[in-house]
Ligand binder design. Sequence first.
Ligand code: LLP
Length: 427
Amino acid sequence: AQTVTRDAHGVVTVGGIDVKTLAERFGTPAYFIDEADFRTRARAWRTAFGPDADVFYAGKAFLSRAVVRWLYEEGLNLDVCSGGELSTALAGGMPADRIAFHGNNKSVEEITKAVEAGVGRIVLDSFQEIVRVAHIASSMGKRQRVQIRVTVGVEAHTHEFIATAHEDQKFGIPLADGQAAEAVRRALQLDGLELIGIHSHIGSQIFDMSGFEVAAHRVVGLLRDIRDEHGVELPEIDLGGGLGIAYTSDDDPREPHEIAKALTEIVSRECEGARLRTPRISVEPGRAIVGPTAFTLYEVGTIKPLQGLRTYVSVDGGMSDNIRTALYDAEYSVCLASRTSDAEPMLVRIVGKHCESGDIVVRDAFLPADLAPGDLIAVPATGAYCRSMASNYNHALRPPVVAVADGDARVIVRRETEDDLLRLDVG
Ligand code: LLP
């Protein structure tokens, strides 16, 4: 899916440094993120949507203070969904009014912290939360800007675990049976809340724009009903994130400017039809910005050819640094990174070192038959939901994230140590 650059010796390079040097300096497994690529993608989204819209990077895909600084400098806002992400966003210097706070079960402590910090918006996810946030804001003498997240009832064409707009699930308030309209009614009555808009997120790793079209149609329908009932035109709508990226060459992602054009046109058309002023649009891409910008570098360990089946290639990481293959049947590609080879291709399965057979990083791939222990292999497009979903299973030490730019590499999240693990064990 992704093109790699190689130096004169056939070694893969990133940001002007070859992977052998990187492995020597930082060890493996490790994630290497191309800062220039990240900034270019973030800027492309920002530019595509222009000054009349906002782009909130979804921090759950990958968040660190360095990333927050890059986003700030490129003019993006930030979507967080836990107290931990909020703290990182603030520690990285994102102004609170450029932060949106999400979540289906925000704690009182998290809400209090968000209101106190002055976040730009809290996205309300349930009837109980409408009252809870209003109460907390009022008790601090504040009026919190909020959106209400609705489920529009579309079936996004993606894995069940990452589809979020059908009604039978934990996120949002259904549009069906006037439930969202009732939520709006309640929010408008509460002094602690300033209702600024409606939010919809239909799912993740989506290529087909038709789901967004249906979502926009239904959200604008709700804005029209709100205007008719209350005489107010809510000024904002957020269409969430979810745009797919290329993990393998079968995937054909859309460019930010195409997405911006499509979404802006849909919303304007729908609003014209409903005779509403076009609201300010915001979006929340996570994967589409960070996903393609990083790869994981592993060292090849045991190689086990199984006659007539395939060759199992074990690497020094696995499901603890990339759970996506096991969890979603996600597909990745892999390449030999420390050299080139003219040997015949062999069918391999890249597996980790964890104690279960589902510990697969790349299900099916071809690598040269002369692959040997000590070779470095790279799995591209691991910038999103790999480090952020990494675990300590089998007391694995979570790998570092190294930012590479202009021939310079620096650790932005360090490798865990056994001391880190033992520090938590206080028994
Ligand atoms: N906004 C909201 C409200 C979300 O829930 C999400 C993702 C996003 C934005 C960003 O979606 P993105 O543009 O990154 O697709 N762990 C899964 C993905 C879970 C996505 C959860 N919500 C995976 O590895 O595929």
